[in-house]
Ligand binder design. Sequence first.
Ligand code: IPM
Ligand code: MN
Length: 357
Amino acid sequence: MSKAYKIAVVGGDGTGPEVVAEGLKVLNAAQHRFGFKLDLSPFDFGGERYLKTGEVLPDGAVNELRQFDAIYLGAIGHPDVKPGVLEKGILLRLRFELDQYINLRPVKLFPGVDCPLKDKGPEHIDFVVIRENTEGLYTGAGGFLKKGTPDEIATQLSVNTRKGVERCIRYAFDCAKKRNKDNKLTLCGKTNVLTYAFDLWERTFYDVAKEYPGIKTDYAHVDAITMWFVKNPEWFDVIVTDNLFGDIITDLGAMIQGGLGIAAGGNINPEGVSMFEPMGGSAPKYKGQNVINPLAAICAGGMMLQHLGEENAGKLIEKAVMDVTGTKIKSLAAGKMGYSTTEVGDMVAQRVADMKE
Ligand code: IPM
Ligand code: MN
């Protein structure tokens, strides 16, 4: 009997549903070719639902999502909803409650994609950032004292647990081993200033390193790493870092790989339900015009398949995307691709159906 996977599909806001539709087109081609089955269940979470019902996530939604093998997400964010409401109420809540403690962000420059870095090509930019996804400055710990007075105090605490840091670092070592590229893991931190949080990270990093004698270890301060991403991106294989630093450096990573149109990510609970998404956001001004680039969503679908154990299908999706960027698309920017959203989805799906593996 062929394998079946239950997938929750959250198109979300803005252009989210359009790019997810193209991702599903490609996933459909993959399931036919590779003989597995995806059982899709749509969910209407997002700004529209919130504006209609006043509810960000309905009661029981998180528990319902626990029944799935994975979640495929488009974008969350609506121009008529105050910033933070949907991000905290949907995206961060799912990450925390489903304990998706890894944020996995491949930074890879595909052939034919314009890179803003002079003299850098696909041979120089191919690394993975592993961002801790449930702790650090994102837990909401802290608060106000004397709010609204001249003596007001606001604190925002970075929460780092040995358990949380260790499981993230262990995942990163495993990733470096599995990639088998340079067999190198770089810890990105700020040990010269954040002498408690990154002391814990550093001690844990070198403790876990003893279990991985085949992996070279390296360290970079977060400020310096932003320079190296621009000057020497070829130095990196796998990078592990905390939640906020990871948030910041992965946006820089997206730019050096050609932009948000191609950047995909996974929110991963290796023992639970993981969620895959394009990084681009809801891009409301392009909604409904069939001009947005669906490649990031398509790549997120490929990552989802790899995570589910359909490695060959996931790899073929990446290969098909690389063929489309290398031979067809003029630019990754919305409206400048030389093709519509649906045409780009068709081109990738066609290749996933016929291309040599
Ligand atoms: C990301 C986003 C989120 C984050 C926002 C939308 C809360 O920027 O996934 O990187 O800060 O983690
Ligand atoms: Mn971000």
